[in-house]
Every structure is written in C-alpha cells, then in structure tokens.
Design a protein around this ligand. Structure first.
Ligand code: TMP
Length: 209
C-alpha cells in the first residue's frame, strides 16, 4: 500500500482559505484521489474543544506558552486519530492549517522562538511534515478588510496590524526556505485567477507524484 500524501493550505486570516480549500478538494475529486479533509486546531473532538478554548477564551488571558502547547496538544491527537491512520491506509489528507501556522502565529505573531517550536514539532510529529503546502498570500490590509466582513473576530483576528504583518512575513520566510514544498499563491488576485493558480499548483504536484 502506497502511503498517502499530506497537503495543507495556509495563509493569514482573510486570505480566502475556506473558498480555496474547496478548489483543492474539487481538483482531488476530479483526479480520483481518495482523501480526508480536516483542520487545525481541530479535527478530533479533543482538538475541536481546544480550538474553542484558544479562539474564544472569553476574558481569560491565555499565556503564550499555554497557547503554543495547546496547539501542539490538539495536533498530537489529530495526528494519532486522523492524519497518520489516513496516510497509512493510502488516503491523502487535505488539512486547513498545520505547523506552518504555529511558526507564523506563535513564532511571528507571539514571538516564541523557532527553537522551542521546532523542538515541539519534532517531539509531536517525528518525521511527519506536509508534502505540499499552498500558501495564500496577500497584503495584511486587504486580509484584514476581508476578514472584517465576516462574523465576530476571534482572538487572532482581533490582533493589531503589526501582529498580522509578522504572521505574513514568517509565512513568506518559510516559503522562501522551502520553495519546493510551499507554493505561494497571490491571493489578492481575482477569485478566478486564484483558482487557476491553485489548480496549476495541484496539477504540477500531482503530475510529479
Ligand atoms: P481558522 O481556521 O479560521 O483560520 O482559525 C484558526 C486560527 O488559529 C487562525 O487565526 C490561526 C490560528 N492558529 C495558530 O495561531 N496556530 C496554529 O498552529 C494553528 C493551526 C492556527
């Protein structure tokens, strides 16, 4: 049995992940790839509870260390229950965010060190890394105005412009360091142009598997 592939989509809040994960999903369906779709934080009952705790913690201030550990706790359960079993049985996994988000948000936004994050990454994931990551990139002001048109902002959407700029910069730095895995898509283009760019990236990746 050939092991499945692990594909993720990333980007700042307001970059259009929800619309574009559907584009990826449709591409995989058309290519007859059997896959499971999931998200982080979340993807398991424990992970969804952690998501609720982190994103809507009310008045309690969650410290940076607790936030980082909660992300990885949810991830550990997600890998155990969903990601590894799927990949082992040959299914692909399409995941809305993964550890690149931790480097961008907890690293870039909150200022946690790369060495702390990479130690946890190694501990929780072992060798597991995404095979392909689609990064939706756009100027933070555009992302902010798009995210602002949706429902009540969560703890990350409430952050200031500087936090969001750090998130974007850290995503871009990761993409620059791993250009084979992380494909940057210009999300400020029209919806149709973004869709076409995503389909091109999927075609290129799947054509070379
Ligand atoms: P979203 O799924 O609607 O994008 O919301 C998830 C939020 O959680 C988003 O603002 C990014 C944040 N997040 C982190 O801060 N670190 C992480 O490791 C992950 C997976 C998400």
């Amino acid at each position: 049995m050939t092991r499945g592939k692990f594909i993720t989509i990333e980007g700042q809040d307001g970059a259009g992940k929800t619309t574009n994960i559907d584009v990826m999903k449709r591409y995989m369906q058309a290519a007859n790839i059997s896959f499971v779709q999931s998200r982080e934080p979340g993807g398991t009952p424990l992970g969804e509870s952690v998501r609720e705790l982190i994103l809507n913690s009310g008045d309690e201030r969650i410290g940076n260390k607790a936030e980082l550990l909660l992300m990885f706790a949810a991830r550990a359960q997600h890998i155990l229950e969903v990601i590894e079993p799927a990949l082992e049985r040959g299914d692909w996994v399409l995941c809305d965010r993964f550890t690149d988000a931790t480097y961008a948000y907890q690293g870039g936004g909150r200022g946690m060190t790369v060495s702390d994050i990479s130690e946890l990454e190694q501990y929780v994931q072992g060798d597991l890394r995404p095979d392909l990551t689609i990064l939706l990139d756009l100027p933070v002001e555009i992302g902010e105005s798009r995210a602002g048109q949706r429902s009540a902002p969560d703890r990350f959407e409430q952050q200031k412009l500087n936090f969001k700029q750090q998130v974007r910069d850290h995503y871009l730095a990761r993409a620059a360091a791993e250009p084979k895995r992380i494909k940057i898509i210009d999300a400020s283009q029209s919806i149709e142009a973004v869709k076409a760019s995503i389909n091109d990236a999927m075609k290129e990746y799947i054509g070379n598997v």
